[in-house]
Design a protein around this ligand. Structure first.
Ligand code: ZN
Ligand code: ZN
Length: 552
């Protein structure tokens, strides 16, 4: 019975920004929308990336008909290098998106064996009982699409990431008339981007950034360094356009940026006048006011080109007094501290720094409240589910939907892993599948669990205390006072008395005067209990306590 229902299961991207992934299921057919990554929060110590948990999909591998990618940003394609080898399904996307996917897969040596198929905006593909039509949407990267999914139960519209810029860089606005047609036909469910549901009004047009860049390129006395994401292809185009107007040449710094630029040029998504792009070895002797660099580092990432340039750690390019640095991207939540440090560092070196708080060097790629309402009004869905956002974004988007007349019982605010079941009359959240974070740390994927993270947090906060307990090899009895070694807990010289006192305390606690050998599990627990309590009383800190037994 439940089999005949349409099931919508978000595996990522709801109640968080990033790692977008959505499962749509009817009978034996499953399609997956997007496979993104998330950058780790500050509390995820030592973690490089976070990707969605696909255990639900791995149990149903033979039902997966395809993976559909809405656009080429990391939060939509970044998990593919890790997940595609396990899912082994064809991937459908537009041409530029496919180019970016190939670059990512190649970096991780996962390209061979991948089955990548191109669908143009406006085109469609049938996968099992679903037919999926790509409709063009405007976003901060060309070739972005939303999806119209024809299912046996009704039509689903998935907005992808979108805004309604009427003067976008690539000249291709969101196809509103197609949405209006669908609205007249009847839409069962709208899934819509909530990233900027907090912002009233309309998102500014990309054109504003073009104008700001023009002013900067005209007025900057020296070199201009633009830091952004390599996937913000529209922004790269704007930088090239402005540089061309003021006879500056553009030098791409860093591997991921130059791979992306070359791919986009080859596929015709970037347009650069002859000779404007230069190689770094041509820099020598060029007047500074004729130079523009494009690099990664808008998030203050320690290994990015900009941060290395600022720290004189870059092989070819260093920052000079008189340079102008533009950070052209939104800070990803959690990166603010790193970004601020980078900005401070640049100011200290006598550099002019422009970022979104002080100049219009960036506009959002996502629609604000009026745009979200317009989409709701055009699509006129029976059911609505906000996607792509933290819980507050989803909730505010749900309120907007109510304000345009969608009854509250037809609005579903889900979190990752929730199962929404729909029939033409009603919908219900019927259960939950596993949708935890999967951590990528160096070369390992998924073997870092919450225990490892909790330990890293403890170590970083209050340090570690190692307790060395000597026992007699023959009798098993304790020998002397335990030794204590600590790191990152207290200054051992200044706190020598306290440490000494804790050794005495331990010796007394462990000595029961009997002749019995010490039971290790008892000693272990006792040591932790005694020291936890004592150290907390003395210092209000909770270091990690690690008892070690040595036989003497
Ligand atoms: Zn995006
Ligand atoms: Zn996104």
């Amino acid at each position: 019975m439940t089999k005949r229902r349409l099931r919508i299961i978000p595996l990522g991207g709801l109640s968080e920004i990033g790692k977008n992934m959505m499962v749509i299921e009817y009978e034996d057919d499953i399609i997956i929308i997007d496979a993104g990554l998330m950058f780790p929060g500050e509390e995820m110590l030592g973690i490089d990336l976070v990707i969605p948990d696909i255990s639900y999909l791995l149990e149903r591998r033979e039902q997966i008909r395809g993976i559909i990618i809405t656009h080429g940003h990391e939060d939509h394609i970044g998990a593919l290098p890790y997940l595609l080898p396990q899912l082994n399904a064809p991937v459908y996307s537009t041409k530029l998106t496919q180019g970016l996917i190939s670059v990512r897969l190649k970096e991780r040596k996962a390209l061979s064996g991948a089955n990548l198929k191109i669908i143009p905006p406006g085109g469609n593909v049938t996968l099992g009982k679903f037919r999926i039509e790509f409709f063009p949407v405007c976003h901060s990267i060309p070739d972005s699409v939303g999806l119209i999914i024809y299912t046996p139960v009704g039509i689903i519209v998935h907005s992808g990431d979108f805004k309604l810029d009427y003067t976008p860089v690539d000249g291709k606005p969101t196809d509103l008339s197609r949405l209006a047609q669908l609205g007249a036909q009847g839409v069962l469910l709208l899934l819509s981007d909530s990233t900027y549901a907090e912002l009233p009004g309309y998102t500014l047009s990309e054109r504003v950034v073009g104008e700001t860049l023009d002013h900067i390129m005209a007025d900057a006395p020296g070199r201009v360094i633009v830091a952004t994401f390599s996937s913000l292809v529209s922004r790269i185009q704007q930088v090239i356009n402005s540089a061309a107007k003021y006879q500056r040449r553009v030098f791409i710094v860093g591997r991921s940026m130059s791979d992306t630029v070359h791919m986009a040029l080859e596929l015709g998504y970037l347009d650069a006048p002859d000779g404007i792009l230069g190689r770094l070895d041509e820099l020598r002797g060029m007047p500074h006011n004729k130079i523009v660099f494009m690099a990664t580092g808008s998030q203050g990432e320690p290994t990015s080109a900009l941060v290395r340039m600022a720290n004189r750690d870059h092989r070819q390019v260093h920052i000079h007094r008189g340079d102008t640095v533009i950070l052209s991207a939104t800070p990803i939540p959690g990166n603010e501290a790193l970004i601020n440090r980078t900005v401070d560092n640049l100011f200290k070196q006598g550099v002019q720094v422009l970022y979104s708080k002080v100049a219009q060097v960036h506009v959002h790629g996502h629609g604000s409240q009026e745009e979200l309402k317009l989409l709701l009004n055009l699509a006129k869905p029976k059911f609505f589910m906000p996607i792509h956002g933290e819980y507050r974004h989803l909730s505010l988007h749900a309120k907007l939907a109510q304000s345009v007349g969608i009854p509250p019982e037809n609005i579903f605010v889900l979190e990752d892993g929730d199962i929404l079941e729909l029939n033409p009359q009603a919908g219900k959240i019927t259960g939950k599948v596993s949708a935890s974070n999967v951590y990528v740390d160096g070369l390992s994927v998924g073997d870092i669990g919450s225990v490892v993270l909790r330990n890293r947090r403890m170590l970083s906060r209050d340090g570690i205390v190692v307790v060395i307990i000597a026992v007699n090899r023959q009798t098993g009895k304790l020998v002397g006072r335990p030794d204590i070694v600590s790191r990152g807990f207290v200054d051992t010289r200044e706190s020598k008395d306290m440490i000494d006192e804790s050794r005495d305390l331990l010796a007394r606690a462990l000595d029961h005067g009997g002749d019995r050998p010490a039971e290790w599990s008892f000693v272990n627990t006792k040591v932790r209990d005694v020291l936890n309590k004592f150290y907390y009383e003395q210092t209000k800190r909770r270091p990690m306590i690690l008892p070690v037994m040595v036989k003497v």
